[in-house]
Design a protein around this ligand. Sequence first.
Ligand code: KIV
Ligand code: ZN
Length: 437
Amino acid sequence: MRKIYIFDTTLRDGEQSPGVNLNMQEKVEIALQLEKLGIDRIEAGFPAASPGDLAGVRAVAEAVRNSSVIGLARSREKDIDAVHEALKNAQDPAIHVFLATSPIHREHKLRMSKEQVLETAEAAIRYAKKYFSKIEFSPEDAGRTELDFLCEVTEMAIRAGATVVNIPDTVGYMTPSEFGNIFKTLREKVPGIEKIQLSAHCHDDLGMATANALAAILNGADQVEGTINGIGERAGNTSLEEVAMALETRQEFYQAKTTLRLSEIARTSRLVSKLTGMVVPGNKAIVGANAFAHESGIHQDGMLKEKTTYEIMSPETIGLKESKLVLGKHSGRHAFREKLIDLGYELNEEQLNSAFAKFKDLADKKKQVLDEDIRTLVEEKMIGTPEIFALESLRLVYGDNPQPGAVVRIKTAEGAWSRKRRTATGPWMRFIKRSTK
Ligand code: KIV
Ligand code: ZN
């Protein structure tokens, strides 16, 4: 099995998600969790971008001991100096230098010829060599770069001293077969390619980031770059948890594996979501709330008989406790009966039939039937729990003058129904009143 190195850029490309801004403590907290997950390489930020970014990269470099820590730099001496400054105390520092190579970027953004691009990138890699033994070079927008020129750039980067050449599909334009072909061609045509690692960096604009990264692996990539939960610029980056679980689940097919501690995936995903404020959609592969939840009666029946009928991975692998059978209008009797047993009810066949009919009525009106709904339905309607109280009326008074309060009228069944009336005001309401004086 070939090892695939995992390069996490949650703290750099991920932090470029619109609206995300992590402070230094948050960056360190995420980096330490990435280290626990077993990430090989952590791109901690872009030190030349701002003093705050430099401080964040420095703090991560000082905290992390077991993963390599990387800083991003444009092909400029001042950027490379900033990365050097930020990574002085790193246990295993590395630099990531980039320069765009596609015709669109050369013409409109850089206003450089091919020769100028080659010279500028080479000078930057050689300058970085003064400080770093591990240098990754990225030809930005490689996906839209002429393949011959990309081979030339890669050859130059190897000669200048890069140890990793990363191929970014910067704008998420590639299809898996096109992206795979880039790796195949580089492996076949570039002299010295065996001396370095090839890496894939994909964006998800057309929803193909994970598929493209996997196609790169099949065609000779040694490293995949991405983020937790797939966050990042625009539609985001490759989701690292998706790549890790695809390699785990389809090991025979890919003949490659990561050394991630997969049971840390769910925890890492939750932490990144909490600190970035980017909510993970319920249907997100691997880490969405519904990734291991089943609603249809047919699926629930299958799951109860044999989990592999409808699950290709187990939730325990990524650190979750168990799959969920969600009760809703598509659920069947089998799942309903199991839920009743779970909740501690033993109903005879007739009671079960009647409870199931009531449950279906309720499920038609409510999206999801919760445990409390089932308890109420069974206890009130089926077991015939005697009615002890009934709410007759409720009056609420809001405001600070008169004091807020409530009047509740409850009917109690003491032989015949009798009525009781009490009024009270809550202590927290008094507190609010005092504290606003
Ligand atoms: O998407 C991209 O091209 C990048 C580079 C900096 C590698 O993030
Ligand atoms: Zn990117």
